[in-house]
Design a protein around this ligand. Structure first.
Ligand SMILES: NC(=O)c1ccc[n+]([C@@H]2O[C@H](COP(=O)([O-])OP(=O)(O)OC[C@H]3O[C@@H](n4cnc5c(N)ncnc54)[C@H](OP(=O)(O)O)[C@@H]3O)[C@@H](O)[C@H]2O)c1
Length: 200
């Protein structure tokens, strides 16, 4: 992670005006904390969503102190948090949700946020009551991420134009209430955290 010559090259390119900024994409909070020590780093791309809340306590304050912005990948836990999946949902063979479901190809935490698929489906059912009337579950899951001031942006994957379009609406939605955030923090602690596999 901390190969100094690599970061030296990026700092040099920045100094020469060939780069505006550089950042790092990481899997675990430990890797993120390690990267915060890199001089000149502007952004960190992390895994963060309703099912992966550990960065709130372990990373956010430190990133803010270093003025490093946070980019969220997997905000929908590979689509689980769209609420549309069932145990019968089929994924193509070349889709990581098929070939890496249990970490067969790369870190298991990159797929379904590290949850076993069936457990993820059960948890999604318990979350439906939190989704405000008139919102899709994807709207709600993206808004939850954006409510944290430390988050600069989310980069949900989209497999069609409609998804990309509807996901872009999340910035204009009303922030969730303090009570909703507290309830979801408890939900994560009590029902989710113990089931997450892989690097966190
Ligand atoms: N830098 C890295 O190391 C790294 C690693 C992994 C991912 N990424 C990036 O992170 C981003 C997100 O990754 P991801 O796509 O795996 O996870 P994600 O954003 O959690 O989930 C995206 C999936 O959710 C579903 N979806 C998205 N919007 C929806 C909507 N409005 N309604 C219903 N379903 C919706 C789609 O599934 P369906 O296809 O089933 O419809 C889509 O493929 C991507 O841009 C990816 O390139 C980066």
């Amino acid at each position: 992670m901390r190969q100094d010559s690599f970061w030296d090259s990026l700092r040099q390119l920045k100094q020469e005006g060939k780069l505006l900024a550089f950042g790092a994409s990481v899997e675990s909070v430990d890797e993120a904390l390690d990267c915060l020590e890199i001089d000149g780093l502007s952004s960190l791309q992390i895994i963060f969503n309703v099912f992966r809340q550990n960065p709130i306590a372990e990373l956010f304050e430190k990133a803010e102190m270093k003025k490093v912005s946070i980019i969220v990948r997997l905000p929908l836990a590979s689509g689980l948090l769209s609420g549309k999946m069932t145990s019968g949902t089929h994924f193509a063979a070349e889709d990581h949700r098929s070939f890496n479901r249990d970490g067969q190809a790369f870190d298991v935490g990159e797929t379904f946020a590290g949850l076993p698929f069936e457990r993820g489906l059960e948890l999604v059912e318990q979350l439906r009551e939190f989704v405000p009337a008139g919102w899709s579950m994807a709207d709600w899951a993206l808004r939850w991420c954006l409510d944290f001031p430390e988050i600069t942006t989310v980069i949900p994957g989209a497999s069609c134009r409609e998804q990309a379009k509807s996901n872009s609406r999340a910035s204009d939605l009303t922030p969730l209430s303090k009570e909703a955030h507290e309830a979801l923090a408890n939900f994560y602690k009590n029902a989710v955290a113990a089931h997450i596999r892989g690097k966190v």
